[in-house]
Design a protein around this ligand. Structure first.
Ligand code: PLP
Length: 391
């Protein structure tokens, strides 16, 4: 075979694979490894998707998405986040948030440009920036700052090649929700240095601090330099339907739109009709998920607190617990591998999310309370036993 491109060869491989392969080869695993809701989409959403298959709706759509969906997305962003975006010129439906991010990097990054990302991070950021020809510049999130994005750390990483800053709050894998005061400082840094901010808000409905999450795009001077990324995947338990979107200034969306044309041509029609139903129909599932995750979050916190060698990051949002396992004497990878082998409990090693994740494991607490209790108790038993052996 003729050789493939350096771009393809240099794309980082996901460190989560090893654990997923083990999960697949065992039949009695309690898994905290998946990064998606543990339930199906609401029945009225599924019904609308099925209905679309039976109508003449299954054709190419506008590259930016069906007008009805863009309209409802703009209404949602206004009602839930206080954002005002035009449905026609400032909104684009994409193949999940993943494609929205890729289009954004392709639009903003020239070869050699630097994009600041905070580690531990959602792994696609690094791979996508590299694929766009850019250089990811990694700023470590600090445990002592509860893993919040920090303006001073970001400012210290800026060079004359910096193009954009990626923010993710609530964050994957940390569950951290960056407070408004920090966002205001980051906004100032972005404005002073004339940078774009890419705000990944896919977990915005899952916040447990009692405050609504604020989009940095609402802050003064930020509308014209922010790209808001969101998705139906987590909010409406629609990961496999592949519907996400981006908002940005009209000049920016004109470019992401023309890049999407040769890449996807349009998004899946049935999924777009289902997404309209998700926004316009009953919202109970979102509330049920939030209540379930919050209860699981407390359960995880209570059980982990009984193990002095484990430390839990605050876990303010999303559905992730990020646990410091260094007290067991094991690396992230050793901890995750031995835990699944000895206790049949799957977690993701933190180094899969960048080097600042070493020493941690991520638990996704989207399962039943029974499995959550049993799985975390087994993890604690394993940690106690292991720390005893190591000591
Ligand atoms: C922070 C973050 N952004 C984006 C995505 C991608 O979401 P989508 O399914 O909409 O592509 C994920 C998925 O895990 C994520 O954790």
């Amino acid at each position: 075979m003729r050789s493939v491109s350096n771009r393809a060869l240099s794309s980082p491989r996901s460190g989560i694979r090893v654990i997923f392969d083990k999960v697949l080869s065992m039949d009695d695993v309690i898994s905290f490894a998946v990064g998606e809701p543990g339930c199906e989409a609401a029945p009225h959403v599924v019904a609308e998707g099925q209905r679309a298959f039976d109508t003449p709706a299954m054709h190419y759509t506008h590259v930016n998405g069906i007008p009805a969906l863009r309209e409802e997305i703009a209404n949602y962003s206004s009602a839930v986040k206080g954002l005002t975006y035009d449905a026609d010129t400032e909104t684009q439906v994409t193949h999940g948030a993943t494609a929205a991010l890729m289009l954004t990097f392709l639009t903003l990054v020239d070869p050699g440009d630097e994009v600041i990302i905070a580690s531990p991070y959602f792994t696609a950021y690094e791979a996508q920036i590299l694929a766009a020809g850019g250089t990811p510049v990694v700023v470590a999130l600090r445990q002592e700052n509860s893993f919040h994005h920090n303006a001073a750390d970001i400012a210290a990483a800026i060079t004359d090649r910096t193009t954009a800053i990626v923010l993710n709050s609530p964050g994957n894998p940390t569950g951290a929700v960056t407070p408004l005061a920090d966002l205001e400082e980051i906004a100032k840094v972005a404005i002073d240095n004339d940078l774009w901010v890419i705000s990944d808000e896919v977990y915005h409905r899952f916040v447990y601090t009692g405050e609504a999450v604020v989009s940095i795009a609402t802050l003064p001077g930020m509308f014209e330099r922010t790209v808001v990324i969101d998705s139906f995947s987590k909010t409406y338990a629609m990961t496999g339907w592949r519907v996400g979107y981006l908002h940005g200034p009209a000049e920016f969306v004109a470019e992401t739109s023309s890049l999407a044309e040769p890449m996807t041509s349009s998004n899946n029609s049935a999924s777009q009709f289902a997404a309209v139903a998700a926004l316009t129909g009953p919202q109970d599932l979102v509330d049920t998920m939030r209540t379930t995750y919050d209860a699981n979050r407390k359960l995880v916190g209570d059980i982990i607190a009984t193990a002095p060698m484990l430390k839990l990051a605050p876990s303010e949002g999303a559905f992730y617990a990020f646990v410091d396992v260094t007290g067991t004497g094991l690396s992230s990878h050793e901890f995750a591998t031995q835990l699944i082998e000895q206790e049949h409990v799957a977690v993701v090693p933190g180094d899969a999310f960048g080097s600042a994740g070493e020493g941690y494991v991520r638990l996704s607490y989207v399962g039943t309370p029974e499995d959550t209790r049993e799985g975390v108790q087994r993890m604690v038993d394993f940690a106690v036993r292991t720390a005893g052996v190591q000591a």
